[in-house]
Design a protein around this ligand. Structure first.
Ligand code: PLP
Length: 396
C-alpha cells in the first residue's frame, strides 16, 4: 500500500524487527563483519550467500537504513524501477562523488549559472584540469538547450536556487535531455522531497545537502544522491574508493531527524509563505524573492511542480550594505549564520557571507546585490519572527 510522506518519514526504510528488539534503529559501529568460515567467504564473493556487510567503507547497517528512508521519501521512478540512495559525508561529497562517477576526459557538462557556488567551482576549476569541458548557462530550459553540444553527457541544475530561488521547469528539462540522451542531475536541497520529487518527472539523479532540511536540526553534515539503482550502484563503487562516508552516528542522527521531516516541512512551508508575504508589504523592503509569491519570476513553474516552497527567503531593503547589516544585527531571534533548514532561523547578507571575498563590482557582476538579505525561516512561532523582523526593519 502506498504510504504518505508523514508515515514514510517515521517508518520508511526501517526494519520492523531490529537487532535486540530495539524500537529505534541501532547504531552499528563495527568497521568489519566477520565470516563464519572460509566457505561462507567464498560463497559471499561468488554472490551465492547474501549476508550483511564486509568492510565499513563499503557499507554500514545504520547507513543503509538512512539510505532506504531517503530513497522512500524521494519517491518512485516513472518506469517503476528500483530507487536507491547513497549517503555521503556532506552535500558536496555527494556532488563530487556523483560527478566523478559520471564523467571522463572529453565529456561536456552543462551547468546552470546559479548553481551552488562550490559545485560551479568544482566543475570549472577541478574537472577542467582533467579534460572535462563545461558550459555555464542561463538558468532556464532554453538556456540549457542552447548550451548542449554533441559530447554533452550531463546537465547539472538546481531548483530552487540560492539566493534568488529560481525554479527550473522539470517537465521541459527532461524532454530536452531525453531527446538528446543526456543524463540530468538536480540539486534539490532547497526544495526537499516534501516539496519536489524530481525523479517522478524523469530526472536521473537528485542530490541533497542533508545538512539542511533533511537532517533538520543544524547539527549534522551529510549528503545524499538518489536515483535508479544501477546508476547509484556505479556511484557507490566510486565512494568505496573515495571513502567520503557519513559516520554511523551521523546516519542515526539523520534517521532521527527525518522522523519529523514531514511535520517540520509543513510548518516551514507555511511560515516561509507568511514571512515572505509580510516582508513584501513592509515599507522598508524593496523586493522579495520567494517562489510562493505571485511576484516571483518562477512562481508559475514552482506552483505547477511543487507542493510548497520551503522557507528560504531573499529580500532587498531600501538602503545599502550598511543598512542591511543594521537589520541583521537588530534581529533578536534569527542567528547571523550561513546554512538553512534547521529549527533556528538564520539570517545573513550574501555579500558579506558567501561573497565576502569579492569586491562590490564583482558581486554586482554575479548578481549579488549589496542590499540583499537571506533568511532561513526555522521552527519558531511565525508571529514572533514577523514581529522581530518588523522591529529590525524599522531601525533603518
Ligand atoms: C544547494 C546546496 N547544495 C549543496 C550544498 C553543500 O552541502 P554541504 O554543506 O552539506 O556540503 C549546499 C550547502 O550550503 C547547498 O546550499
Amino acid at each position: 500500500m502506498a504510504r504518505s510522506i508523514e508515515t514514510l518519514s517515521v517508518h520508511g526504510g526501517e526494519l520492523r524487527d531490529k537487532a535486540h528488539d530495539s524500537l529505534v534503529t541501532p547504531i552499528i559501529l563495527a568497521t568489519a563483519y566477520p565470516f563464519e568460515n572460509t566457505d561462507e567467504l567464498h560463497r559471499y564473493f561468488r554472490g551465492e550467500h547474501i549476508r550483511g556487510e564486509e568492510y565499513g567503507r563499503y557499507g554500514n547497517p545504520t547507513q543503509q537504513v538512512a539510505e532506504a528512508k531517503l530513497a522512500a521519501l524521494e519517491g518512485g521512478l516513472p518506469n517503476g524501477g528500483d530507487t536507491d540512495a547513497l549517503l555521503t559525508s556532506t552535500g558536496m561529497s555527494a556532488i563530487v562523488t556523483t560527478l566523478l562517477a559520471m564523467v571522463k576526459p572529453g565529456t561536456h557538462l552543462v551547468i546552470t549559472a546559479d548553481s551552488y557556488r562550490k559545485t560551479r567551482v568544482f566543475v570549472r576549476e577541478f574537472l577542467a584540469k582533467f579534460g572535462v569541458e563545461h558550459t555555464s548557462c542561463e538558468p532556464s530550459v532554453d538556456g540549457i538547450a542552447a548550451a548542449i553540444k554533441p559530447n554533452t553527457k550531463l546537465i547539472i541544475t538546481e531548483s530552487p536556487t540560492n539566493p534568488y530561488l529560481n525554479c527550473i521547469d522539470l517537465e521541459a528539462l527532461v524532454k530536452v535531455a531525453k531527446e538528446k540522451r543526456i543524463k540530468t542531475m538536480i540539486d534539490a536541497t532547497l526544495a526537499t522531497p516534501y516539496n519536489l520529487q524530481p525523479l517522478s518527472f524523469g530526472v536521473d539523479l537528485v542530490v541533497h545537502s542533508a545538512t539542511k532540511y533533511l537532517g533538520g536540526h543544524n547539527d549534522l553534515m551529510a549528503g545524499v544522491v538518489i536515483g535508479a539503482k544501477p546508476l547509484i550502484d556505479a556511484i557507490r563503487d566510486h565512494q568505496g574508493m573515495f571513502g567520503a562516508l557519513a559516520a554511523p552516528f551521523t546516519a542515526y542522527m539523520l534517521i532521527r531527524g527525518l522522523k519529523t521531516f514531514a511535520v517540520r516541512m509543513k510548518h516551514q512551508n507555511e511560515s516561509g509563505q507568511r514571512v515572505a508575504e509580510f516582508l513584501e508589504q513592509h515599507p522598508k523592503v524593496e523586493r522579495v524573492w520567494y517562489p510562493g509569491l505571485p511576484s516571483h519570476p518562477a512562481h508559475a513553474i514552482a506552483k505547477k511542480q511543487m507542493r510548497g516552497f520551503s522557507s528560504l527567503i531573499s529580500f532587498t531593503i531600501k538602503g545599502g550594505l550598511v543598512e542591511g547589516s543594521k537589520v541583521v544585527d537588530a534581529c533578536e531571534i534569527p542567528y547571523l549564520a550561513p546554512s538553512l533548514g534547521g529549527p533556528e532561523s538564520l539570517i545573513e547578507q550574501p555579500a558579506l557571507m558567501s561573497y565576502y571575498d569579492k569586491a562590490p563590482e564583482e558581486r554586482a557582476a554575479l548578481g549579488i546585490r549589496e542590499n540583499l538579505i537571506r533568511m532561513s525561516v526555522g521552527l519558531e512561532g511565525t508571529d514572533d519572527l514577523i514581529a522581530d523582523l518588523n522591529q529590525a526593519l524599522n531601525k533603518i
